[in-house]
Design a protein around this ligand. Structure first.
Ligand code: RIB
Ligand code: CA
Length: 311
């Protein structure tokens, strides 16, 4: 049996691939998918999770919707990056999988009661912070939290804040202060996971409907990343966090103290990564610094291939 994981996501083009990787890789046992407002509204991210599971043939993983807005701040979505639907590009039919009806926090709490679970958040950390606040006893049952968010350097939403942390800095502060082992997969490493034309060709080369859908998702994502950020190829952020759980050798990390800026007028949402101990605080996180990109993309392509063969 694989490592028990729950993916907490805001699909989102890169979240969509993260769902497929988490569902298909034999190293993992995807117990649940929870959704949060982020890239788009909760209604849209939840519909998108259902759409991805439908097109990928992921029928036996419970999906539960979570928080519709950050803990304190108003919701900010990323429609400029992911489109009006949050998953623009390919056309999706009616989803064939539904949500369980329970809140995301309740699904995570229920699964944690049965066995320790690794949580993999790839959106704002609102659901995770709410879980830790509502059920503080669950902290001891979380194996680790391996998240996509933050950066050891510049941000992508403000000069020093990455989107997932910027949307809900208070939630991130709760997570990093929780004492649960946390691994931060930030922009400094996810920008090494560029979906080049060769990767898109490999998806198309699968010759399957799912491969075509993924290629179309990456083509849309690539266009917005080119227009907004000047990237020649889009970074596949979220699957990097999943890859770290699959095989830690894929994503190298160092230990450091990470402080979350919640008050800064210009820096709110910044992940202040203190590699040299300048703040006099002990390390509270593993921080991703390197990616084996060829091996990473081999896992991604294989996941799409495996799911394409599911009837
Ligand atoms: O900054 C990148 C992150 O924000 C990714 O998780 C992307 O899906 C968006 O949620
Ligand atoms: Ca995301």
């Amino acid at each position: 049996m694989g490592i028990p994981v729950v993916l907490d996501c805001d699909p989102g083009h890169d979240d969509a691939i993260a769902i497929m990787l988490a569902a298909a890789d034999p190293a993992l046992d995807l117990l649940g998918i929870t959704t949060v407002a982020g890239n788009q509204t909760l209604e849209k991210t939840t519909l998108n999770a259902r759409r991805v599971c439908t097109v990928a043939g992921i029928k036996d993983v419970p999906i539960a919707a979570g928080c519709a807005r950050p803990l304190i701040r108003p919701l900010r979505v990323a429609q400029d990056v992911h489109g009006e639907s949050g998953l623009d590009g390919p056309a999706f039919g009616e989803p064939a999988v539904d949500v369980t009806g329970e809140h995301a926090v309740e699904l995570m709490h229920r699964l944690l009661a049965e066995r320790p679970v690794t949580l993999v958040p790839t959106g704002p950390l609102t659901n995770i912070a709410l879980l830790l606040t509502r059920y503080p006893e669950d902290a001891a049952r979380i194996t680790e939290i391996v998240l996509m968010g933050g950066s050891t350097g510049r941000g992508n939403t403000t000069p020093y804040a990455e989107f997932n942390i910027h949307v809900d800095p208070e939630a991130a502060a709760i997570v990093f202060a929780s004492g649960v082992p946390v691994t931060l997969c930030g922009l400094n490493v996810t920008h090494q996971a560029l979906v080049t034309p060769d990767v898109v060709a490999r998806l198309e080369g699968l010759g399957t409907e799912l491969g075509r859908v993924c290629a179309e998702l990456m083509t849309f994502f690539g266009a917005t990343y080119r227009d907004l950020f000047g990237f020649t190829s889009p970074p596949l952020h979220d699957p990097v966090a999943v890859a770290r759980v699959i095989d830690p050798a894929l994503v190298s990390c160092v230990e450091a103290h990470v402080a979350i800026e919640t008050l800064g007028e210009h820096t709110s949402g910044a992940t202040v990564v203190d590699f040299d101990g300048r703040l006099g605080m002990p390390p509270n996180a593993r921080v991703a610094v390197g990616l084996d990109a060829p091996a990473f993309f081999d896992h991604v392509i294989e996941a799409v291939r495996v799911l394409s063969t599911v009837d």
